[in-house]
Unconditional design. Sequence first.
Length: 170
Amino acid sequence: MLSENMVRKINEQIIVEHESSNLYLQMSAWCAVHGLAGAAAFLKAHAEEERMHMLKFFDYLLETGNMALLGPAEQPKHEYESLEAMFTQILNHERFVTGKINELVALAYEDKDYATLNFLQWFVAEQREEESLFSSILDKIKMIAPDGRGLYFVDRELAQAAAAPPQPEA
């Protein structure tokens, strides 16, 4: 049985994941408009992944006999000064999400809610992967010349990442 506090926090996480999906989809639109088709495809695919994270939390609440609630999502920013600025925001956002997941884990420990703790372990591993992925992309973007030469190659690599077959979820 989930504590009321856990149900509330998971419902808050549903909103965080929804906002993440909207953020990446909006960023995808910015990339598309600025001729970065690879980055657009990558971020659009990532938006769908975040939506799936939202649904995992949604379904978990329902499976445990609790009401999943959809709250209002904040409208994401739609203008960026550069791809580097965008991916810096993404990395910071993923670090924020990691903090929220860690708060859920801490609460599950506090509540001695081992089923939820087990459920959350997938998200702990996922966030480690997310931070590593976006940190790596940001490092590559920073390696290109300040005038943008080389941006084509980063965009091409993101297109290849978007076209890669999805990894099976545990």
